[in-house]
Structure formats: structure tokens, C-alpha cells
Design a protein around this ligand. Structure first.
Ligand code: ZN
Length: 132
């Protein structure tokens, strides 16, 4: 497996509109594409090759809401692009790496995604993303 690049950095926020405004008005970056994925509203903010993924929970007990309750707002995960998430998961499993997702699932932008458990990745929730 090879990490090609950082695809995006996920940031948990309480108020998506306010966070968008901060990036647009204070930092001068135009927010792009927005979508709803399960219990999450997501806005992508492209910064060069990397996207910031601003994530707001639409429910009180969603994973992002729980994360904010525990840690406050802030960096939630880092996502790396790989060629093939399914193949990467197989390889990691063989190495005994603790995974959140045993198999790829549908992520934003119609990509395939899977998460590595932060216990195996030094406290950083790590997402793998591939186009197929
Ligand atoms: Zn993500």
C-alpha cells in the first residue's frame, strides 16, 4: 500500500455556516461542494491540493456530535488517497492493524472510504480514500 497524498482533513464543527464564513471571509478561501452523508453535513474547502472537510452533525448522538462533546471542535481525522481501499484494508488486516471499517463504504464525492482505528494510528483517526 502507498499513500499518494493527503486527500482531506476532517474538522468537526458545531455550526457549518459559521465555519464556512470563517474560512471564506477571514481566511479568504472559497468553500466548494456541500453534501449530506448519513447524519453529517459536509462542506469542502479546497486549499491547494488538499480539501478541508468541515463536518457538522445533524443529530444529537451522531459520531461528530459525540466527538465534539468529548474533545470540543477541531481536527477529527486525516484522509489519505490510496489506489484501492479494499486492497489496503486487506493488507492492514494481515498486519493486525485495528480497523473501524472491515470493508470500504461509500464516502463523500462518491468515493470509497474506510477508517483505521485511532488506537492503531497513534491517536489520529485515519481515513483511506480511493476513487474506485
Ligand atoms: Zn473524511
Amino acid at each position: 500500500m502507498e499513500l499518494k497524498k493527503i486527500d482531506h482533513i476532517g474538522i468537526a464543527v458545531r455550526d457549518l455556516e459559521a465555519a464556512r464564513r470563517f474560512y471564506e471571509e477571514s481566511l479568504g478561501i472559497k468553500a466548494g461542494h456541500e453534501e449530506t452523508l448519513g447524519e453529517m453535513r459536509i462542506a469542502f474547502v479546497p486549499v491547494g491540493e488538499v480539501n478541508l472537510e468541515l463536518i457538522q452533525s445533524t443529530t444529537e448522538d451522531g459520531v461528530i456530535a459525540k466527538f465534539i462533546a468529548r474533545h470540543g471542535e477541531g481536527i477529527h481525522h486525516i484522509a489519505y488517497e490510496v489506489e484501492d481501499v479494499a486492497a489496503a484494508l486487506k493488507e492492514l488486516k494481515r498486519q493486525g492493524i485495528k480497523l473501524v471499517d472491515e470493508r470500504p463504504r461509500a464516502g463523500a464525492h462518491g468515493k470509497q472510504v474506510a477508517f483505521i482505528h485511532p488506537k492503531s494510528s497513534y491517536g489520529v483517526l485515519t481515513e483511506l480514500v480511493s476513487k474506485k
